[in-house]
Design a protein around this ligand. Structure first.
Ligand SMILES: Nc1ncnc2c1ncn2[C@@H]1O[C@H](COP(=O)(O)OP(=O)(O)OP(=O)(O)O)[C@@H](O)[C@H]1O
Ligand SMILES: [Mg+2]
Length: 280
């Protein structure tokens, strides 16, 4: 089972959009997917169609993190076909006060996801991270086997990528945690903005193969699909954005298949493709 964090502390770079559409594309290819919404904004939960009322009255990921509740008790099944969702909650905003390294709080999610009810049910778990480096993000990194970093190409996003590299290296060395970089995904590409082309070139030159070949275009169908609580594959299946998200998911699974086969699983990956070495 792969546990993939979709993370970037920069806001609005397409983390939630990527999580939703990679989840839908993985399901199209036959995978059973669990999506965890870790952001107190609840964007993924809203986009999948949960109401404000449901989000305030039902158990959420906050119960897993703060109250030792089982993931399966907080899960909505088949919210989208073949995709289960653990919704977020505004309570996550207080996570910093409740989860810390002294009380073992950074391993809460890791423990919850190692339960057989999860490992034997799902092929992939996707974690939609909040736009912050916080105790929730650290929980996600500790629980994950893989990391995907969506980024809008710009000068400042280069600085952000370096900061993520530092946080991940520190997490790995301080907690003996293993995490492989699936890749950096360039998102929201607007071909009318020439500065973006320069930044794209710079990111590709610096991070080489760690950047997915597939880039996601800026496309208004993305927001329309979210408003209608659908994935791009049901709302606008022939759009450029849908095509690119399908291609991106193909690249992700290809990379997983390559390193699972060649290196015999995640233990091997850490020796050659660690985040710390990939994001200097
Ligand atoms: N490729 C795209 N084309 C057009 N709009 C997009 C695209 N990707 C994302 N958006 C829109 O941009 C906004 C931010 O996207 P999204 O919520 O996916 O980013 P995020 O990184 O998860 O944000 P946050 O940091 O707040 O969690 C949303 O309104 C979304 O609909
Ligand atoms: Mg988001």
């Amino acid at each position: 089972m792969h546990i993939l964090s979709i993370m970037n502390h920069k806001g609005g770079v397409g983390k939630t959009t990527t999580t939703l559409n990679v989840a839908a594309a993985l399901n199209e290819s036959g995978q059973r997917v669990l999506l965890l919404d870790l952001d107190s904004q609840c964007s993924a939960s809203f986009a999948m169609g949960l109401s404000r009322q449901e989000l305030t009255s039902s158990p959420s990921i906050a119960d897993v993190l703060f109250n030792d509740r089982d993931v399966t008790d907080t899960c909505y099944h088949n919210v989208w076909p073949g995709i289960d969702l653990v919704p977020a909650s505004i309570d996550l905003a207080h996570a910093g006060l409740r989860l810390n390294s002294e009380n073992g709080g950074l391993q809460q999610l890791s423990q919850a996801l190692s339960d057989r009810s999860i490992t034997e049910t799902y092929d992939t778990v996707l974690l939609d991270c909040p736009p912050a480096i916080s105790s929730v993000t650290l929980n996600a990194l500790m629980a994950s086997t893989d990391l995907l970093i969506p980024t809008v190409p710009s000068y400042l996003s280069m600085q952000g990528l370096k900061s993520i590299g530092e946080v991940v290296s520190r997490t790995r060395s301080d907690y003996d945690n293993t995490l492989a970089l699936s890749g950096i995904a360039l998102t929201r590409i607007d071909r009318h903005r020439s500065m973006m082309e320069d930044a794209t070139r710079e990111i590709r030159n610096h991070y080489h193969r760690n950047v997915f070949e597939t880039a996601i275009p800026e496309d208004q169908v993305v927001e329309e699909a979210q408003k209608r609580h659908q994935s791009l594959f049901t709302y606008a299946p022939s759009s450029k954005a849908a095509k690119q998200y399908r291609a991106l998911t193909g690249e992700i699974t290809q990379r997983w298949a390559n390193y699972d086969a060649v290196l015999g699983g995640i233990q091997g990956v850490t020796s050659s493709s660690t985040v710390s070495s990939s994001l200097p």
